[in-house]
Design a protein around this ligand. Sequence first.
Ligand SMILES: Cc1cc2nc3c(=O)[nH]c(=O)nc-3n(C[C@H](O)[C@H](O)[C@H](O)COP(=O)(O)O)c2cc1C
Length: 209
Amino acid sequence: MSDFLEVLYERTSAEHFDSATPISVQEIKELISEACQAPSAFNIQHWRFIAVTDERIRERLKGTTIAPNQERVANAPLIFLILGDLNGYKRLEGILDETVHAGLLPREVADVWLTMANGMYGSDPRLARDEAIRSGSLAAMTLMLAAGNRGYVTCPIGFNSVQVMEILSISEQHVPVMMLTVGRPASGNNARRPRLPLDQVLAFNNSPE
Ligand SMILES: Cc1cc2nc3c(=O)[nH]c(=O)nc-3n(C[C@H](O)[C@H](O)[C@H](O)COP(=O)(O)O)c2cc1C
């Protein structure tokens, strides 16, 4: 098995985290750099991250999720909130300029992208929100694999987004996409859960059943 497949198949949603082993700021930054290698529409990179390391804030976040999740929210040494920036497209001009200057995109194509993106997202806030959530989700998945590659375990956690926005003073410009607990594993975590058979999830050239 390749290293990639090992990381992929070893990732499970962990219940038990070693609260005594913190993750350094340097490693948090490396993890986020790796997560940012995910793709995003027009390379807008709508994702934004909050790394919650403060025990008192983790304790408050505990109350934004259902009881079965609370132990891990309190015990994981690190919680990431992955957000999507609804105004992310407003930075696209600068992103495209850098790409053009690096010789990675012709200026004419960059200009077309910019006009398209401003037209699409400026006139359709729902599309802007969908794309922010898509990009944030891809970053969250990449972040889980990056963490797994470094020997950490993770768990996506369902949460009350109104409460989370209040606790972390998240502005309306940002949509919460995912809460993720991260840390070294403690004992007692689940083995891999089964997946649906391929014939129930994959169709060729037509809609699945
Ligand atoms: C959007 C989302 C929300 C989730 N919320 C929770 C949660 O609140 N609590 C939990 O224990 N697991 C949560 N999970 C993890 C799933 O239960 C888990 O991914 C699924 O059962 C498959 O198991 P695996 O991740 O170990 O392969 C969530 C996963 C996703 C993608």
